[in-house]
Design a protein around this ligand. Structure first.
Ligand SMILES: [Zn+2]
Length: 329
């Protein structure tokens, strides 16, 4: 199998071979077989393998496939030469209570007007935010604003898939579900099309793989099917941030008790301030690109900043590289 060439040699891997666990082999193997089955030849070997590692992998591959079309099917996280790289994508649910740190995230497809408002606010108030965008209906104008936000260092983007197929990702909430090959392809396509669309808009690679949040949260919770975390791990995504404060479900619950309770900016502001103060921080906040969410959350952020809260990226909620692992140990 000369296509997996020795020229892809990496000193880091040679020195750190013991750190590469069997899970990693499985991810790579899975990627190879997947790619082969689907005649996808464009995957690129992004990092390098030592000889013994290559031959071990090749023998596994040959057991599973008898064609030679798996050219460049291996893929390793391009950040593997970063000593801090954790090969396993890390799910984050919330941070440490009492930290006085809060992570703000907005989901779905933003209008340019809303993006303009959020980016200006972030810059004026030194507030970090993550935008989990869908790309199918993302306008060029919005993409340009995302670039502006990214270059400020205060805004990051997360993959929230191309078309927000909630039904598809909902399946991953069932631990033992066996996904069909069709579903697996659709999931890959949702992740890949997001990356492609943003690259076509000129957004640089370095901004693309910080975060992924599944639509509807499917597969992100503890005890869910781990398929999505496996997928993200060999794609090199660093974090899967979920949330501990949100507004759609919580306002619906309140409305059951009081039918006059509304989804409006004031209620969002109050819920956000109260939730954060209850735990003194550590919160991962899920908002949507809606006018009520923007107005309510920006008011809340101002109030909380006056009380000494800092607004950070999700992984900064964790104490000194604390791992909050999705897997039950
Ligand atoms: Zn969403």
């Amino acid at each position: 199998m000369s296509t997996i060439s020795n020229k892809y040699y990496n000193g880091y891997l040679k020195n750190n071979i013991n750190k590469i666990d069997s899970n990693r082999v499985n991810y790579m193997e899975k990627q190879v077989v997947y790619s082969s089955d689907n005649k996808i030849k464009s995957r690129i070997i992004q990092s390098d393998l030592i000889d013994s590692y290559i031959s071990a992998l090749e023998s596994k591959i040959e057991e599973k496939t008898n064609n030679n079309e798996m050219i460049a099917a291996l893929r390793i996280d391009e950040k593997i030469d970063n000593k801090d790289n954790n090969i396993r994508t890390q799910a984050i649910y919330r941070g440490v209570s009492g930290s006085k740190k809060v992570a703000i995230t907005f989901d779905d497809t933003p209008s340019p007007e809303i993006l303009r408002k959020l980016i200006n606010f972030a810059k004026e108030n030194n507030v970090k935010m993550v935008f989990f965008v869908n790309t199918k209906k993302l306008s060029k104008e919005s993409a340009e604003l995302l670039k502006e936000g990214l270059s400020s260092g205060l805004i990051r983007i997360g993959n929230h898939t191309h078309s927000h197929n909630t039904e598809l990702f909902k399946k991953l909430n069932t631990k033992n579900i066996n996904l069909s090959e069709e579903d697996k392809k659709l999931i890959s396509k949702e992740i890949d099309d997001w990356e492609k669309t943003l690259k076509n808009y000129g957004i640089e690679d370095k901004y693309l793989k910080h975060y992924f949040r599944p639509p509807g949260g499917g597969g992100g919770y503890k005890n869910n099917n781990s398929y999505i975390l496996d997928e993200l791990s060999y794609r090199g995504y660093k974090y899967l941030p979920m949330w501990d404060v949100e507004f759609i479900y919580s306002i619906n619950q309140k409305r059951k008790m009081d039918p006059s309770y509304k989804y409006n900016a004031k209620n969002i502001e109050d819920i956000l301030v109260n939730s954060v103060e209850k735990t003194k921080g550590g919160n991962l906040v899920l908002l949507h690109f809606r006018n009520e969410d923007v107005e309510g959350s920006l008011n809340a952020i101002k109030k909380l900043k006056d009380k000494g809260y800092n607004f950070v990226f999700p992984e900064e909620l964790l104490k000194d590289n604390q791992i909050i692992d999705n897997k039950k140990s």
